[in-house]
Design a binder for this molecule. Structure first.
Ligand code: SAM
Ligand code: SF4
Ligand code: F3S
Length: 457
């Protein structure tokens, strides 16, 4: 690729813009794609109109994902009407699901590349520029993708960084496209992950979120050794400049005791876990092929609460899955009341083409909407109450940045809640005590100035 650059100097100082949809894994990939295309002279821009290469990193999880992409392309077309056409690339999960069809339907698209083929993105762009030919890459080569990314430094210097450790899924929940768009489960090398973590920390990262579609299924084996998520957490704990460790998304089936034990031994692992349950009804869980029961879930909850009562849970819920009766729905409601999840996501079931649940008979959509509203009222209420209860208390905030043109700072609590507060100079990257004075559903507000009589939350 460097040779290509030398031979073709007009590739220099071209600009690339990536619009990212979907989960944190897509965000991580987009950052890595920026680093990759920099090698062939494409510099990152935040101003989409000046892009010579326009990448949409897409998500296929719900609703009219595909249509949204075509609408977005329509908007791009308009923006560039009187300008030189950029190289248009569709990446991510819609690219994987739709592949070459996308180029046939929308000739404005030049390259379609799936999430496990990003090691080919530079060559695809160079080939396209040279031959003006459409390119499509949708093989599952997760090993090659990470081998390639491992060779390019992760120069991210954010206070809070993502680090993908695992990709893909073998669980095949009946509603879900992920096993088809991301491919089979794959765990990266423990050593390469630690190298990347050290690189991030050297650049100023203070909080790492280990990512995977099934992050707690992480298993890396070499000769006579094997490494699990718990090993990664214990190793990261030892790096003194690192302040916080998170991981997501976990599956209840893989909440093994070694991982639960980490909450006893670890000071940096936050007391907050995103553990999707999807439904509070065993009948629905079985229909979904979730491989866990409500009782399994409650047992994890109890084990963790016993270790540290401050551990809080958040979850994903699918409402109105085919076959969901009032009774099933009420069971979900009951579970929510029991666990008091904070920061959860809930959606009406959306049939995805190609999945086992795609042709099931939908339940009445008006009823579905009613159930979603009830669930969300309950969930948002806990979020609001949790924030309210923090008022007049002090919380530990990892400061991420100063807010532009204001004398205020932004950071997060251990529970991921955003905090906007009055601070002092040079506190970015530090964990500071903030007195919370007021709150709403999504944010806490306060000031760093401490009053000694205030109790810690
Ligand atoms: N691997 C994670 C797990 O096992 O829970 C979740 C991965 S998925 C990217 C994120 C969430 O999207 C799921 O937890 C589920 O609630 C939601 N989701 C997936 N497919 C869906 C569908 N067909 N309709 C509605 N929500 C869906
Ligand atoms: Fe999708 Fe289920 Fe795999 Fe999660 S565990 S990614 S919901 S198939
Ligand atoms: Fe979406 Fe793919 Fe992530 S479908 S949620 S971008 S794994």
């Amino acid at each position: 690729n460097c040779m290509a650059l030398k031979k073709n100097p007009n590739l220099m100082s071209k600009k690339v813009f990536i619009k990212t949809f979907g989960c944190q894994m897509n965000q991580y990939d987009s950052d890595r794609i920026y680093e990759s295309v920099a090698k062939i002279g494409f510099e990152k821009t935040e101003i989409h109109e000046e892009a010579n290469c326009y990448i949409l990193n897409t998500c296929h999880i719900r609703d009219k994902a595909k249509e949204k992409v075509y609408h977005e392309i329509g908007r791009v077309k308009k923006k560039f009407k009187s300008k030189e056409k950029p190289v248009v690339i569709i990446a991510g999960c819609v690219a994987q699901a739709e592949n070459i069809e996308m180029i046939k339907r929308e000739p404005y698209i030049d390259i379609v590349i799936g999430p496990q083929a990003y090691h080919k993105i530079n060559d695809a762009i160079l080939n396209h520029l040279k031959k003006r030919k459409k390119e499509e890459e949708t093989d599952f080569d997760t090993l090659l993708k990470f081998d390639y990314f491992d060779k390019i430094k992760n120069n991210n210097n954010k206070i809070s960084s993502f680090l993908t450790i695992q990709e893909g899924c073998d669980k095949f929940c009946k509603f879900c496209v992920v096993p088809y768009t991301r491919g089979p489960e794959y765990s990266r090398s423990y050593h390469k992950i630690m190298d990347e973590a050290e690189q991030l920390i050297k650049n100023g990262t203070k909080e790492i979120t280990l990512l995977g579609q099934n992050v707690n299924a992480y298993l890396y084996e070499e000769e006579n050794k094997s490494f699990r998520l718990s090993d990664l957490i214990m190793s990261l704990e030892k790096i003194s400049e690192l302040k916080r460790i998170r991981y997501m998304t976990s599956h209840p089936v893989d909440m093994t005791d070694d991982l639960i034990e980490c909450y006893k031994k670890n000071k940096k692992l936050v007391p907050f876990i995103h553990l999707p349950v999807q439904s509070g009804s065993n009948k629905i869980l079985k229909l979904m092929n979730r491989k866990h029961t409500v009782e399994n879930y409650l047992s994890i909850y109890e084990k963790l609460k016993k270790i540290n009562y401050k551990i809080e849970f958040s979850s994903d819920f699918i409402i109105a899955y085919p076959g969901e009766t009032d009774k099933d729905f009420n069971n979900t409601m009951e579970l929510i009341k029991k666990i008091k999840f904070i920061n959860s996501y809930s959606f009406i079931f959306s049939p995805r083409p190609g999945t086992a649940a795609s042709n099931l008979k939908l339940i009445d959509q008006e009823l579905a909407q009613k159930r979603l509203n009830l669930i969300q009222t309950e969930l948002f209420n806990y979020q609001y109450l949790k924030n309210k209860m923090t008022e007049n208390k002090v919380v530990n905030v990892l400061v991420e940045n100063k807010i532009k043109n204001q004398n205020k700072f932004f950071g997060r609590t251990e529970y991921m809640t955003s905090v906007i507060f009055d601070g002092e100079k040079n506190i970015e990257g530090k964990i500071v005590p903030v007195l919370i004075t007021h709150s709403n559903q999504n944010n806490l507000f306060g000031s760093i100035k401490l009053n000694k009589n205030i109790k810690a939350a």
